[in-house]
Design a binder for this molecule. Structure first.
Ligand code: PD2
Ligand code: ZN
Length: 377
C-alpha cells in the first residue's frame, strides 16, 4: 500500500504557497522533480493548479488519474462531483473505488452520507468493518458505539445521496435581530466528527482588540478554540458550511474560517457584540477582510450539563442549546447600523463541557474564499 512521505508533503505545501504567490520559477524547481517521480500528491496538486487555470483540463487529468487508480484520485474526483452537481457525472462510482481502496476519507464520507440518509445501521456496519484505521476507531469511540459482530454487506453506493438541506427550517425567536434556531441541523455523527476534528488543535481563545484591531487573549473569553482551516479531506466540514450558508442565504465565501469553541467548568464568553463598532479605532483594520460582520451562526455540538447557555440579555433570550441545534442572528441592520439587541454571551459553564461551532459572516467575500478556490469549490 502507498504511504505518504512527509518530506514530499512539506515540499508540496511549499509548492502550493509558490503557486498562490505566483512564484512559478521557484515552484517549478521543486515541483517538476516530484512530478517526474510520479509522486501521487504531486499529480493531485497539478490537478489543483490546472483547475484554477483551465478547469476542463484539470477535470480531464483527474479522470485519468482516477482511472489509473492513483491514491486519493477517486476520492478527489468524487468530492469534486459532489460539490459540483452541474458536472452531471455521478460521484458514487468514484466514491466506491476510493472506498474499495480503503482510503480513510472515503470510508468516513460513506459513513457520513449513510447517517445523512438515515441509514445508521449501514453506517455502523461500515465503521465496525474498518476499526484498524485510526480515524475510524476514534469516531467509533467519540460516538460511544459498542461493537457488534455483524458482517458488512457490500454497501450500495448509489444509495449515498447528497444530504438534503431543504428539510431544515428556521424558527424565529426575535424579530429585531432575526434570532432563529433550526433543531437537529447536525446529526450525532456530524457533531462527533467536528469535535474530533478540533480536538487536536485546541488553543486559548482570542478576541479582536477594539483599539488595535488585532487578535489577543482576554478575560472576556476564557474558553479554548480551534480554527478549522479546510483541507481536501474535509468533505464533511465543507458540506456543513455549505448547508449553513444556504439556509441563511449568504454565500459560503462571505464566511470567516469556522471556529470550534470548547468550554470547561467556569469558562465563559462575556457579553459582547460580534460587529465591529464604527467608532472603534481598530475596526478599520478588522474590516479590511470582508467588511462588517453581518450575521453569526452558532451550532451546538454538545451543550454543558449545567450553565453555558447562549444568552441575549437585552432581549431576555436564553438558549440552552441542544445537540445539533443551529442558532443564527443579525449583528447589524440592513443599512449596516449596529444592532444593540444583538449583545450576547456564553454564560459560565457550571458542570460538564460545552462544544459549539461558531461562524461569522461578513458583508463581502473574505480571504476564506481563497481556501475554497484551492479546494476547487
Ligand atoms: O458559545 C457561545 O454560546 C457564544 C456566545 C457568544 C459564542 C459566541 N458569542 C461567538 O462565537 O461569537
Ligand atoms: Zn459572539
Amino acid at each position: 500500500m502507498y504511504t505518504k512521505n512527509s518530506e514530499h508533503t512539506k515540499q508540496l505545501q511549499q509548492c502550493r504557497q509558490y503557486f498562490s504567490d505566483r512564484e512559478f520559477e521557484k515552484l517549478n524547481e521543486i515541483f517538476l522533480p516530484l512530478l517526474d517521480k510520479k509522486i501521487p500528491e504531486a499529480l493531485l496538486a497539478q490537478v489543483d493548479f490546472q483547475m484554477q487555470k483551465d478547469p476542463n483540463e484539470g477535470i480531464g487529468n483527474l479522470l485519468q488519474l482516477a482511472q489509473n487508480n492513483v491514491p486519493m484520485a477517486n476520492y478527489k474526483m468524487a468530492m469534486l462531483l459532489y460539490f459540483h452537481p452541474e458536472l452531471t457525472l455521478d460521484f458514487n462510482a468514484f466514491l466506491e473505488q476510493a472506498y474499495l481502496r480503503e482510503e480513510e476519507p472515503a470510508i468516513m464520507v460513506c459513513v457520513y452520507l449513510a447517517y445523512a440518509n438515515g441509514s445508521t445501521e449501514l453506517a455502523k456496519r461500515i465503521l465496525f468493518s474498518h476499526t484498524k484505521i485510526d480515524g475510524i476507531s476514534d469516531i467509533i469511540l467519540a460516538l460511544g458505539l459498542v461493537h457488534k459482530t455483524t458482517d458488512i454487506e457490500k454497501p450500495n453506493y448509489q444509495k449515498f445521496k447528497r444530504s438534503d438541506n431543504t428539510r431544515h427550517t428556521l424558527h424565529y425567536h426575535n424579530q429585531e435581530i432575526s434570532l432563529a434556531t433550526a433543531d437537529n441541523f447536525l446529526n450525532e455523527f456530524e457533531c462527533a466528527w467536528l469535535k474530533l476534528r478540533a480536538q487536536k488543535s485546541l488553543e486559548p481563545s482570542m478576541v479582536v482588540n477594539a483599539e488595535s484591531g488585532k487578535k489577543e487573549q482576554s478575560p472576556v473569553r476564557t474558553n479554548q478554540f480551534s480554527q478549522l482551516i479546510p483541507t481536501s479531506s474535509d468533505w464533511v466540514l465543507l458540506d456543513i458550511e455549505q448547508r449553513i450558508a444556504k439556509l441563511i442565504h449568504l454565500p459560503i465565501s462571505h464566511g470567516e474560517v469556522s471556529n470550534i469553541l470548547y468550554y470547561q467548568k467556569g469558562n465563559e464568553y462575556k457579553p459582547h457584540y460580534d460587529f465591529f463598532h464604527p467608532k472603534d479605532p481598530g475596526s478599520a483594520l478588522a474590516m479590511q477582510d470582508g467588511g462588517q460582520r453581518v450575521r453569526t451562526a452558532l451550532c451546538y455540538l454538545s451543550p454543558a450539563k449545567e450553565g453555558g447557555e447562549t444568552y441575549f440579555p437585552r432581549i431576555s433570550e436564553k438558549l440552552p442549546g441542544q445537540v445539533g441545534q443551529l442558532i443564527v442572528f443579525d449583528n447589524v441592520s440592513k443599512q449596516l447600523a449596529p444592532l444593540p439587541p444583538s449583545l450576547h454571551q456564553s454564560l459560565p459553564v457550571i458542570s460538564g463541557d460545552k462544544w459549539i461551532l461558531s461562524k461569522w459572516y461578513r458583508l463581502n467575500e473574505t480571504s476564506y474564499k481563497q481556501n475554497l478556490i484551492e479546494l476547487n469549490l
